[in-house]
Design a protein around this ligand. Sequence first.
Ligand SMILES: NC(=O)c1ccc[n+]([C@@H]2O[C@H](COP(=O)([O-])OP(=O)(O)OC[C@H]3O[C@@H](n4cnc5c(N)ncnc54)[C@H](OP(=O)(O)O)[C@@H]3O)[C@@H](O)[C@H]2O)c1
Length: 189
Amino acid sequence: METAPVVALAVLGAVVGLILLFFAALCIVRLWNEYVTWGYYEIQEDMSGKVVVVTGGTAGLGFEASREFAKAGATVVWGARSLEKAEARRAELMHSNPQSIIEFFPLDMNSLTSVQEFIQEVSSKFSKIDLLVCNAGMQNEDRSAKTKDGFEVHFGINFLAHFFMIKGIMDNLMNSGRVNFLWYFRGAQ
Ligand SMILES: NC(=O)c1ccc[n+]([C@@H]2O[C@H](COP(=O)([O-])OP(=O)(O)OC[C@H]3O[C@@H](n4cnc5c(N)ncnc54)[C@H](OP(=O)(O)O)[C@@H]3O)[C@@H](O)[C@H]2O)c1
């Protein structure tokens, strides 16, 4: 058998394959750009009448973001695992800005039942939600730690619980509503 036609066919096959791969990659990039947006949420000057749900609003970034949302006039709804801490932190915000509207409901992202109960409480009180800030998160050195439902804690708390939250709250999110995610991969294995 002659080798020249075989080599030519192989080269042609490789070229066609590369072209197809190129177009497949283009399609993936297009779809990605269409459905996934990266960036930040710019807090509007006047957010009165808007409802912002923040997980983990009682500390760190969530607390500081809540301060700004409240200053802009939004109603801020926290999911908090300690109601005493939430009460104290709300008092702190009210002290610096007495107009702040902060509500909170129990939420332990360690348990999907708690997430479900939080969704029910929030949905029954607020028929529309403008923004959900998925912020609660933790980093535990113990890689064998599990959530109440038996998931690895980082996956269970930082991701799965928020996935449930988004899914459950979706019906109440305004058409123009947003979900903001703070993702933290450092140390993830
Ligand atoms: N700080 C950084 O450098 C950095 C960088 C990139 C991404 N991030 C991510 O940004 C988010 C906030 O970071 P941060 O530094 O502000 O964290 P933080 O100060 O530790 O605050 C975390 C918040 O999440 C809440 N939380 C933790 N576990 C929870 C649970 N099981 N159920 C309900 N709430 C829970 C905490 O509640 P309590 O008030 O009850 O403790 C707290 O309000 C996290 O998701 C983090 O992974 C942080």
